[in-house]
Design a protein around this ligand. Structure first.
Ligand code: SF4
Length: 333
């Protein structure tokens, strides 16, 4: 079956301009060759530290940013080069939920107007039908009917995120990109929003690209997880394989920091990452992770490890596995 979303070799480089003539003096390699697919009704969690390019992937997939290279297909149709007119039907099918529900909601519009705006923009339904649809959406995401007349500042953070979700749902999308949609919320509210997203996925067969820096959040909602480091995916597999047997030292380090008791990562040797993520303007040669990897070998500085299937369904990009599967921690002992 054709996946709903196929991304192949996606790159997004931002030119850095300097001087009076704004000459390009370099690039930020925010996304540097990323490939993945998402099936219908599936959630792919995209995880990594701040600045690794995960949010840029989400925005580029939706064509909110223009890709530098690579292809984006929706249900087998290449949308990479479509102009704004031809892209319009896909804008309905692909929606976004933002990290900061307050900043993403127009403070001068009522919640009802915010949720109904996409219907208006796409000229869908008569005014009365739009009103009914908005009311149904409010009910579905757990907002009181009278809240349609309130303004964003009158809601709590969790309620504002429900407004953002209702707005994203208004056009009956097939794929929603969640850009850290629960990161700004209290932990108890996070669970409510994640449960709501999972219920909506079951009900509407939605697919999610769920961008997060928190592996505990991703473990709960994702079917598969892709781990990103400095613009590249370094490991991708189903969540169980990742949590039980991470094959990339970076994933191992992220997992060893997960504080949740039910995680199978508990009891693992703790791997403390030293240093910050290097700049995406001048990323390290070879394996981007070699400057922080406790298992780096001389070849890691010069040879880029390919993202390949180390065991069935489990992809990793690390020279440690060139001679077969090897647990990163075992390699160090
Ligand atoms: Fe570490 Fe080398 Fe593997 Fe990169 S390729 S993660 S530096 S061991």
């Amino acid at each position: 079956m054709t996946p709903l979303l196929e991304v192949d070799g996606l790159k997004k480089h931002f030119p850095i301009r300097k001087g009076f003539f704004s000459r390009a003096s370099g690039s930020v390699y925010a996304v540097d060759g990323v490939s993945f697919s998402i099936g219908r009704g599936e959630t792919l969690g995209l995880v990594g530290e701040s600045g690794c390019g995960k949010s840029t992937v989400g925005r580029t997939v939706l064509r909110l940013l223009e890709p530098t290279q690579g292809t984006i297909k929706v249900a087998g149709q290449d949308i990479t080069q479509l102009d704004s007119q031809d892209l319009l039907p896909y804008r309905r099918r692909l929606q976004m939920i933002y990290q900061d529900p307050y900043a993403s909601l127009n403070p001068r519009m009522t919640a009802g107007e915010i949720v109904g705006e996409p219907l208006l923009v796409h000229d869908l339904g008569a005014p009365e039908e739009r009103k009914e649809r908005v009311a149904a959406l409010f009910e579905r995401v757990g907002l009181r009917p009278e809240a349609v007349n309130a303004y964003p500042h009158e809601f709590s953070g969790g309620q504002r995120q429900r407004i953002g979700i209702a707005r994203a749902l208004s056009l009956k999308p097939e794929l929603i990109v969640g850009d850290e949609p629960v990161s700004a919320l209290d932990v108890s509210i996070q669970a409510q929003i994640i449960n709501l997203l999972m219920d909506l996925q079951d009900e509407f067969k939605l697919s999610y690209l769920f961008v997060a820096h928190d592996l505990a959040v991703v473990e709960h909602i994702s079917h598969r997880v892709a781990v990103m480091y400095l613009g590249r995916i370094v490991e991708m597999t189903d969540k169980r394989s990742l949590f039980e047997m991470p094959l990339h030292p970076y994933s191992e380090a992220l997992l060893s920091a997960v504080p949740i008791p039910k995680s199978s990562a508990r009891g693992r040797k703790r791997v403390i990452l030293t240093g910050d993520v290097p700049s995406p303007i001048n990323p390290p040669s070879g394996c981007h992770f070699h400057t922080r990897c406790p298992y780096a070998m001389p070849r890691c500085k010069t040879e880029v490890p390919a993202l390949r299937e180390v065991i069935p369904g489990h992809l990793a990009s690390c020279h440690l596995h060139d001679g077969g599967v090897r647990s990163p921690l075992a390699a160090a002992s």
